[in-house]
Design a protein. Structure first.
Length: 224
């Protein structure tokens, strides 16, 4: 199955200051490679189709960085739309049907999370499939988990599973949300209510590269 990929690269990266004072977080380097390029590599290795990247904070740097590549840009310079509003704005660039989304500010070890999601996706019964990481296998995470799973691997709010920032999601119901700026949590709740949101547990380690000190944690994982 070939699906389009949306990379969320518009955030301000305030937790990563002062590094993000002059550099957008997706262009921060971990082990010599930008977070954005790592996310792009995961998508290409998994055989995704169209790719779109949204931009807002220091967006011209991201635009220049991916110049010459077959990557569509969803420009949110005028208003940062959060994940839900950002995905909805980018849909004309992605085409109809399910979409892969990924947050670039994390590091994964083990199987490519996008490839794993594509292997597990069931188009008939799923509206969303989120990649989850057990709290014990996260690094740089502040706070608890997000979800647990029922015996059929459907999402339940609260638990010791952390949303890793990668998913396949059907965007049709975005049209039901009237706000312009909103989180994808709103869409997940609609899907959870109808037993259409599922989770897949990542088999490797995961690091949230959200603060300057997390870079060393992530590089240590990659060296292990």
């Amino acid at each position: 199955m070939t699906l389009p990929l949306m990379i969320f690269a518009a955030g301000k990266g305030t937790r990563m200051a002062p590094l993000t004072d002059v550099t957008p977080k997706p262009l921060i380097r971990v082990a010599g490679q930008t977070l954005l390029d790592r996310a792009l590599d995961l998508g290409r290795q998994a055989g995704v189709g169209r790719v779109a990247v949204n931009i807002h904070y220091l967006g011209s740097q991201i635009r220049d960085h991916i110049s010459g590549q077959e990557i569509a840009i969803s420009d949110e310079s005028d208003l940062l739309l959060e994940t839900g509003g950002g995905l909805r704005k980018a849909l004309p660039l992605l085409g109809p049907g399910p979409v892969i989304t990924i947050n670039p500010d994390v590091i994964w070890t083990g199987k490519n999370p996008i490839a794993a999601l594509l292997d597990a996706w069931d188009d008939a019964r799923m509206d969303a499939l989120l990649m989850l990481v057990p709290l014990a296998r996260t690094h740089g995470r502040q706070g608890g988990g997000d979800f647990s799973l029922d015996p059929q691997n459907r999402l339940i709010r609260r638990g010791d599973l952390v949303y890793g920032g990668a998913q396949i999601i059907r965007p049709d119901r975005l049209a039901e949300i009237g706000d312009q700026v909103f989180s994808l949590n709103r869409l997940w709740d609609l899907m959870i209510a109808q037993d259409r949101a599922y989770g897949l547990i990542h088999g490797g380690e995961w690091c949230d590269v959200g603060r300057p000190e997390s870079i060393a944690l992530a590089e240590g994982l990659l060296d292990a």
